[in-house]
Design a binder for this molecule. Structure first.
Ligand code: SF4
Ligand code: SF4
Length: 405
């Protein structure tokens, strides 16, 4: 009997992969059936990072600080403690400027002249299907790993600006009302986290992987928005340090993935291991439908992220109502406390999720099987635990040791 040639094996792999269903496209995102009340627009001033900015950039004597904590005394104690704790990347024993340099560069290209601008005076007419094709191809060419287009729901637009680096020049002032009603479409961009670096969770390399994901997202989104403005349409990039939208639900609406138990986006391609950026626009673009990758039933049974969270920030129990939607609600305050304890953004939930795996043939096949709802989803979680065992973070690469050593 002849040995199978490489060509035969690849054909077999291709045939099996093609025989399995791809993520199901659906008319409504999977969170739609969990909407149980009105969804109000979120005020960016209320997010944890904006509150920490009040300490870091404004200070207790500023009118912004006083106004915020007069209206929200319930946050003062936690915010004071967390703002006095160690900052990210500052635990010692690592080359902190490596991480700081990435975030500084992202900040520079987050100001208004980079993310927004006037469209060209003449509109180039492009049929929406062709325009969507071109925008997606350009986004991939520039470096996006995933791209999808959908409607921009105004519920996902912040009501007021919360992050301005202390009203730094080039940024809109803290508390400025946001108006994005003229933008009807959103382009969601996904960037895979460096798989090798996140294996070192919760150590310093995770921070570098996070920063790299955000930096790529920033760079791609500002170029894409600029391209659309050159075609004569209004377009704005939303990336780290200058968002006007909640990127996770926008990405769900654009068909990138679903909401997970871990509280953020899960995708068939990269599990929890990606970062997001968005471009919003008034350019007519054909939409992608949302996806049902089977994550709701998978996460219902799985709970691996919750079991591996060292501080219990991810719920083991059922979804609860939050701002009109039933969801697994991450406790951001607990999570952020742990980040400061370890000096990184942790990522233990991300790296232990059975969906966050390298993109080899076997895992692509497994991710396709995982999208089919059924009792095998729970078995797959058990198999993942047996095969991978308890997660042990790998040592950090030596190029991250402090300079001069
Ligand atoms: S990042 Fe770490 S602390 Fe935060 S939810 Fe995930 S596992 Fe928990
Ligand atoms: S670890 Fe399990 S429960 Fe958590 S997000 Fe991944 S699939 Fe869902």
């Amino acid at each position: 009997m002849r040995e199978p040639a490489n060509g035969d094996i690849s054909s077999l792999k291709k045939a099996i992969t093609q025989a399995l269903p791809t993520a199901k496209r659906v008319h409504a995102p999977t969170y739609a059936k969990d909407i149980v009340g009105d969804i109000r627009q979120w005020d960016e001033r209320d997010i944890l990072f904006a509150r920490v900015d009040l300490f870091q950039y404004f200070g207790p004597d500023s009118p912004e600080y006083r106004a915020y904590y007069q209206a929200h005394p319930e946050h003062l104690e936690y915010d004071t403690k967390i703002s006095n704790a160690f900052g990210l990347g500052k635990t010692g024993g690592v080359d902190t400027p490596m991480f700081a340099a990435q975030f500084e560069a992202i900040t520079k290209i987050a100001s208004e002249p980079y993310v927004d601008g006037e469209p060209a005076p003449h509109k180039t007419e492009v049929p929406p299907e062709r325009a969507a094709e071109k925008v997606k191809a350009l986004a991939r060419f520039l470096g996006a790993d995933l791209v999808g287009i959908g409607p921009l729901r105004q519920e996902w637009v912040y009501s007021h600006v919360g992050r301005s680096f202390g009203n730094r020049e080039g940024f809109q002032r803290w508390g400025t009302p946001v108006d994005l009603r003229h933008h009807t479409n959103a382009i969601a961009l996904g960037f895979q986290m460096d798989y090798d670096l996140i294996q070192r969770a919760p150590d310093f390399p995770v921070l570098l992987a996070t920063a790299k994901g955000y930096a790529t997202g920033a760079w791609v989104s500002i170029q894409l928005a600029e391209y659309i403005r050159m075609l004569g349409y209004s377009a704005r990039a939303h990336h780290l340090y200058n968002y006007r939208v909640l990127v996770v639900p926008v990405a769900v609406d654009c068909g990138l993935g679903e909401l997970s138990r871990a509280g953020y986006l899960i995708t068939k391609e990269f599990g929890l291991g990606l970062r997001l950026a968005v471009v919003t626009t008034d350019m007519p673009l054909a939409h992608d439908e949302p996806v049902d990758i089977g994550a709701q039933s998978f996460c219902e049974a799985c709970k691996v992220c919750a079991e591996n969270c060292p501080i219990g920030a991810i719920p083991m129990g059922d979804k609860v109502e939050f701002n009109g939607v039933k969801k697994w609600k991450l406790d951001e305050q607990k999570c952020y406390r742990y980040w400061h304890a370890v000096g990184t953004d942790c990522a233990l939930c991300m790296v232990t999720c059975p969906w966050t795996k390298p993109r080899n043939w076997f895992h692509r096949l497994m991710s396709l099987l995982a999208t089919i709802k059924g009792p095998h989803q729970s078995l797959m979680t058990q198999a993942d635990k047996l095969f991978y065992g308890k997660f042990e973070g790998a040592p950090r690469p030596d190029f991250m040791e402090p300079s001069g050593q």
